[in-house]
Write a protein that binds this ligand. Structure first.
Ligand code: SAM
Length: 266
């Protein structure tokens, strides 16, 4: 089941590998939801899906409660008149400023499909600032939205920092963590999904929390790049290492295989 959002670092293409690593449980906890690719493709009876991006969680909640009506409401933004730079920038400002949460949610999908590479990036003031994408005819991904709606009925969506979410885990839960990647090099870093940066300190805190939960009998699986830093931080885990062809890059010629891993704490 494909997610309806384009998302940097989305895990749809390696979903089978992730599925194989996740043990059964009563509830899946995803502290770094992104497009929701993982919970959408699993069958846990309950799902706690959180992310620090409030625009993203606002959208998930509207799809969950609004279903077909909300999807129809979103359709009004996918017209050719809105596929022009000046209208795009006007609607981007509106998404950043409106207090109408339904309109904000619909505009967030509009931006995801009309902005450059489907990126999600905020400036220091917390304003979405990705430029116009120049696509020929962006369409609203209706089948994927309907799938998400049906799957979302077993989920709770909340805005939260990963530490708060992980500290809520109980025996019987399975935790899948997909943090912003540790940089492969100092320049190739992308972690602007929200205003707050995710640095090596946060990466280490996440690894420490994974060990803490493992010792309570709660399995934790973390996705990341395969680097010296992650091998050290995840020393207590079993490592499944593999190559992935990178999808979102500003430089098309730069789409090459990079080493990734799943760290399995259990
Ligand atoms: C690699 S993406 C997750 C992709 C997702 N697994 C998918 O398949 O689409 C990382 C996510 O972590 C979120 N994030 C960044 N810092 C965070 C934090 N401190 N706490 C919680 N979520 C955070 C970002 O908003 C982003 O959605």
């Amino acid at each position: 089941m494909k997610p309806f959002l384009k998302w940097a670092g989305g895990k749809y293409r390696i979903i089978e590998r992730i599925k194989a690593a996740l043990p059964p449980g009563n509830r899946l906890i995803e502290p770094f939801a992104g497009s929701g690719a993982v919970f959408l493709n699993m069958d846990y009876p309950n799902n706690l899906i959180t992310d620090s991006n409030a625009d993203l969680i606002n959208l998930f909640r509207h799809v969950q409660s609004g279903g077909k009506e909300f999807i129809e409401y979103c359709q009004q933004f996918f017209v050719s008149d809105n596929n022009q730079a000046d209208v795009f920038y006007h609607l981007r400002t509106e998404m950043n400023t409106t207090s109408d949460l339904q309109r904000k949610a619909a505009l967030f999908i509009y931006l995801n499909r009309h902005c450059f590479n489907g990126l999600c990036r905020y400036n220091g003031k917390g304003k979405f600032n990705v430029p116009f994408g120049r696509y020929t005819k962006p369409i609203l991904p209706e089948p994927e939205l309907l799938n998400f709606w049906s799957k979302s009925q077993s989920a709770k969506f909340e805005v939260a920092d990963f530490m708060t979410t992980m500290n809520r885990a109980e025996p019987g839960d399975v935790v899948y963590c997909d943090p912003p990647y540790v940089p492969l090099t100092t320049t190739a870093n992308f972690s602007d999904y929200t205003q707050k940066k995710f640095g090596l300190r946060e990466q280490q805190e996440l690894a420490d929390l994974a060990v803490k939960l493992m010792l309570k009998g709660i399995p934790v699986i973390i996705s990341n790049h395969d680097t010296e830093f992650t091998r050290t931080a995840y020393a207590a885990a079993n490592i499944d290492a593999f190559d992935v062809r990178r999808s979102i890059s500003s430089d098309a010629s730069n789409r090459q295989k990079v080493g990734e891993l799943l760290a399995i704490f259990r």
